[in-house]
Write a protein that binds this ligand. Structure first.
Ligand code: F6R
Length: 605
């Protein structure tokens, strides 16, 4: 998703801006650019290739300056094309970079054309640039405030005027923007990662804020134009991702990091304690009588797995909602709900909006399970649990998913304990299972050669079905999501019991069906569903626990996992599916870490 970096300094800032873009590359983008203030007119370099290519172009142009803005673009309005790459200029005076979507760009465009502005891109951002130009009479902050007052939708922008060499203005509504404070220099960025190495002092702007930056500092005003002080925070950046080492891709590396990531995430869960979720959660946890889990994509699927834990372990009613749906609904709410937002990035626009919607509906008890300490979600909730996956670079989420599951399991067990439905004995058993989990995950990862053999067969297919039951339905859904997003093979998942109500019509000898078959209470039902597939000539690829007695045979391939791992079994079953997607994608030659059209941090609606 679009990434912004801006700087106003007394030294050449182009290397800092380019480095900032490199650090934002993980978010996903299709073009990039950088612009600097120069006497006469602003200058810019843009590229349809990677940031490294942009760096070469900028060097060839000898691009340098004391004030500048830079951007990685993830197309929303207008194809990925050079003329749509940011920074966008208005009349060689105003330069803008933007993350978000301007919903009323069409009427504004018509109005601006009527005033003589010429549009050279298909972007909604060009409307912003021309609007600021139209309002500009020598005071950039005033122009930005006047222009943004007319915008509907979401935006984070960084802007400079070529008439004010040592000034940069930022504004945000709905999309993230952070101010960085350096020594004799000031920065703007989409997230703190972009400024690693430049500063560790940050101010997180709030919706409606505008920031006026010079090398000597920043002044912030709120939506009404009042000068406000926002707290400055010192942010210790997470460890850099380091080299790929023996791995070909970050996704592969991150899959294999899962045993350690899960171990680190649960290390602090000793003993299961409300302190995990920050002080004073005990009273509130006592007061809640149901749970609402909100997330998108993979994070939503972790909520779907956890639903089973909250019901069976904590004996609490649970709702799991896709954040982009919940945010537009008017559900019947209860004041005794614990609202849990689940997110790797903590910046996903739909999940943040769903959280705000829940808060606006009166929910007080909010908790974030998130992998980025300095994220908007961690700041916006009352309680939080930081997963310890470390930085996740691959666009396809892997270690964030399993660490979210570990955190959700701890939460369910903690709530069960508080509610008196988990005995001390059961708690000790859960603790033991958590302790044994990393080793069990390692044992499953050792099965990679068998998964590669499957990938060689499935990579040739255009469609794959996934089946599961109970918590493993969410694992089947996650397996299908992984496969489609990185290998571009069409994959869908169904509850195994639903097969006969429709999807069975798709099953032929050309339709591989991947099945998650834990040795739980539903395994006999699942075996019947597998027979339904076999009877139609379908090919089965079954991930089965030792003890299920599912034997390989004609049209039936089986990978055997360690014995059933109880409630945490889903964490084991997802690993072969991640590996399957990864190896199928490698065989098909896709860009595994940066699949087409996708972004790591989805900061637009
Ligand atoms: C899929 C994937 C996405 C994310 C989703 C939510 O592999 O990564 O489906 O899970 O975009 O992102 P976060 O967890 O950052 O809120």
């Amino acid at each position: 998703m679009c990434g912004i970096v801006g700087a106003v300094s007394q030294r050449d800032i182009v290397p800092t801006l380019i480095e900032g873009l490199r650090r934002l590359e993980y978010r996903g983008y299709d073009s990039c650019g950088v612009a600097v203030h120069r006497d006469g007119a602003p200058r810019r370099a843009r590229s349809m290739a990677r940031v490294n290519a942009l760096a070469r172009t900028a060097a060839d142009m000898q691009l340098e300056g004391l004030t500048g803005i830079a951007h990685t673009r993830w197309a929303t309005h207008g194809l990925p094309a050079m003329q749509n790459a940011h920074p966008i200029f208005s009349r060689e005076l105003i330069a803008v970079v933007h993350n978000g979507i301007i919903e009323n760009h069409e009427p504004l465009r018509t109005m601006l054309i009527g005033r003589g502005y010429e549009f050279v891109s298909q972007t909604d951002t060009e409307v912003v640039a021309h609007l600021i130009h139209a309002f500009y009479h020598g005071d950039l902050l005033a122009a930005v405030r006047a222009a943004t007052a007319l915008l509907h939708g979401s935006y984070a922008i960084a802007v400079f005027s070529n008439d004010e060499p040592q000034r940069m203005v930022g504004a945000r509504q709905g999309s993230p923007l952070v101010v960085g404070i350096g020594a004799e220099e000031s920065f703007l960025a989409s997230d703190v990662l972009a400024l690693e190495g430049s500063t560790d002092r940050f101010i997180f702007l709030e919706d409606g804020d505008s920031a006026d930056l010079t090398p000597s500092g920043v002044r912030i005003c709120d939506r009404d134009g009042n000068h406000v002080r926002r707290p400055e925070r010192s942010v210790v950046q997470p460890r850099a991702e380091g080299s790929l080492g023996e791995y070909r891709h970050y996704m592969q590396k991150e899959i294999f990091e899962q045993p350690d990531a899960v171990a680190q995430t649960i290390a602090e869960a000793e003993p299961l304690s409300t302190l995990l979720f920050k002080a004073r959660s005990r009273d509130a946890f006592d007061a809640i009588d149901n749970v609402l889990l909100l997330g998108c994509g993979t994070s939503h699927y972790s909520g779907q797995v956890a639903k089973h834990w909250f019901e069976s372990i904590a004996r609490l009613p649970v709702q799991v909602e896709i954040a982009s749906e919940y945010r537009y609904r008017q559900p019947v709410e209860s004041s005794r709900t614990l609202v849990v937002v689940i997110s790797q990035s903590g910046e996903t626009a739909d999940t943040l909006a769903a959280l705000k919607h829940a808060q606006a509906l009166g929910h007080e008890h909010t908790l974030a399970i998130c992998n980025v300490a300095a994220s908007a979600m961690m700041r916006a909730t009352k309680w939080s649990f930081l997963t310890k996956a470390g930085r996740e670079i691959g666009v396809a989420s892997t270690k964030a998913f399993t660490t979210q599951l570990a955190a959700l399991f701890v939460l369910a067990a903690t709530l069960g304990r508080i509610r008196g439905v988990v005995t001390a004995e059961q708690e000790a058993r859960y603790r033991l299972q958590l302790d044994e989990l990393p080793a069990a995950l390692r044992a499953v990862l050792a099965l990679e050669p068998q998964v590669i053999a499957w990938a060689n067969e499935l990579a040739m297919c255009e469609h794959v079905l996934f089946l599961g039951r109970g918590p493993h339905l969410a694992i089947a859904l996650e397996g299908a999501l992984k496969l489609k997003e990185i290998s571009y093979i069409h994959a869908e998942a169904f509850p195994a019991g639903e097969l006969k109500h429709g999807p069975l019509a798709l099953v032929t000898s050309a339709m591989p069906v991947v099945v998650c078959a834990p040795n739980d209470g539903l395994v006999d039902k699942l075996k019947s569903n597998m027979e339904e597939v076999r009877a139609r000539g379908g090919r089965l690829y079954v991930i089965a626990d030792v003890g299920t007695h599912i034997e390989p045979g004609e049209s039936m391939s089986v990978i055997e996992l360690p014995p059933y791992f109880g409630p945490l079994s889903s964490l084991l079953h997802v690993l072969p599916l991640q590996l399957l997607a990864y190896h199928a994608a490698c065989i098909r030659g896709t860009d595994v870490d940066k699949p087409r059209n996708l972004a790591k941090s989805v900061t637009v609606d």
